[in-house]
Design a protein around this ligand. Structure first.
Ligand SMILES: C[S@@+](CC[C@H](N)C(=O)[O-])C[C@H]1O[C@@H](n2cnc3c(N)ncnc32)[C@H](O)[C@@H]1O
Length: 196
């Protein structure tokens, strides 16, 4: 069990950080990844986080959850629920189902639309916001203005999500959840609800 109570800054976990752990001046970021060559501070599996209950202020995870099936995502979410403080935010970015790149990696086994994220709220998270990114954010190419317009339009008219494949597809989708303190901490292990 890691003791993080002495840290001066609030704690943010970057789950499945790979070689691009998020940089933050406001948080003490702890990267978690199984891969030896990653930027992780803890080379462990995210299924069993070595933190006491409600110790973490924020959780961030980019391009990680699409590698798991529904039951595994439920299990990972319940572990995130356990370690996150009440009211703590949980930010997830995944590839969007409309983009070819979501299917190019054969290790992707779950595919996400805006609605997919609402299917995990029973674990104790409420959705604060979802956001489409037409290209990788931050965009570093030459077509800044066009990307800004596309992002504005798709986020202003989210019902266009189903037609987005016609225009090359939305690259990724972000969901910002908040831990709802009114939920009891029920553990989900591979599809079964375990009452503690
Ligand atoms: C596609 S990479 C994403 C890396 C980074 N977040 C990014 O956006 O570029 C997914 C990462 O998840 C890690 N991973 C896979 N299964 C894991 C597990 N059970 N626990 C922790 N990390 C895991 C992999 O090692 C890999 O580095």
């Amino acid at each position: 069990m890691i003791n993080i109570t002495k840290s001066k800054k609030p704690i943010m976990l970057d789950i499945g950080c790979g070689k691009s752990k998020i940089v933050s001046t406001n948080y003490n970021v702890i990267g978690i990844d199984l891969w030896d060559n990653s930027d992780a501070d803890l080379k462990i599996s995210a299924f069993d986080l070595p933190f006491e209950d409600s110790m973490v202020n924020r959780i961030y995870s980019r391009h990680f959850f699409e590698h798991f099936n529904y039951n595994e995502i439920e299990t990972l979410f319940s572990e995130c629920f356990r370690v996150l403080k009440d009211g703590g935010e949980f930010e997830i970015i995944t590839p969007h189902v409309s983009c070819i790149s979501a299917f190019q990696d054969p290790t992707h086994i779950s595919f996400f639309t805006k609605k997919t994220f609402s299917r995990f709220q029973h674990i104790g998270f409420e959705i604060l916001k979802t956001e489409f990114h037409w290209f990788r954010k931050p965009y570093k190419g030459k077509f800044n203005r066009l990307v800004r317009i596309l992002n504005y339009v798709i986020n202003r008219y989210p019902n266009m999500e189903r037609f987005s494949g016609i225009f090359g597809g939305i690259y990724e989708i972000k969901c910002l959840y908040r831990k709802n303190p009114n939920y009891i901490n029920e553990k989900f292990i591979m599809g079964s609800k375990i009452n503690e």
